[in-house]
Ligand binder design. Structure first.
Ligand SMILES: [Zn+2]
Ligand SMILES: [Zn+2]
Length: 89
């Protein structure tokens, strides 16, 4: 990979996310940075619990190859990922 939006130990207790590539191109879109940060943070927390990437584009565990993937997905886990979380905890 040439870059990552974030990285986490999976499972583990450490993760990092970067705002560098999450910043909106237009300065009048501060909510977009907040939304992207939320999704990437939840995504990395999901990895910390042991979750893998999800094929569902709307699931927060879907892999973001580009910012449009992050913008498309929701900040929520799909039912399958959520049930994995319930089994893990
Ligand atoms: Zn990931
Ligand atoms: Zn999922």
């Amino acid at each position: 990979m040439n870059f990552v939006f974030g990285e986490a130990r999976s499972p583990g207790a450490a993760a990092v996310i970067s705002t560098y590539r999450l910043k909106p191109r237009k300065p009048n879109e501060p909510d977009l940075l907040e939304s992207r940060l939320l999704k990437e943070a939840v995504h990395e927390i999901g990895h910390m619990t042991g979750l893998k990437h999800c094929a569902r584009v709307e699931c927060v565990m879907h892999f973001s190859e580009r910012l449009s993937d992050t913008d498309l997905k929701s900040p929520n886990f799909c039912d399958d990922c959520r049930s994995h979380l319930r089994v893990s905890y």
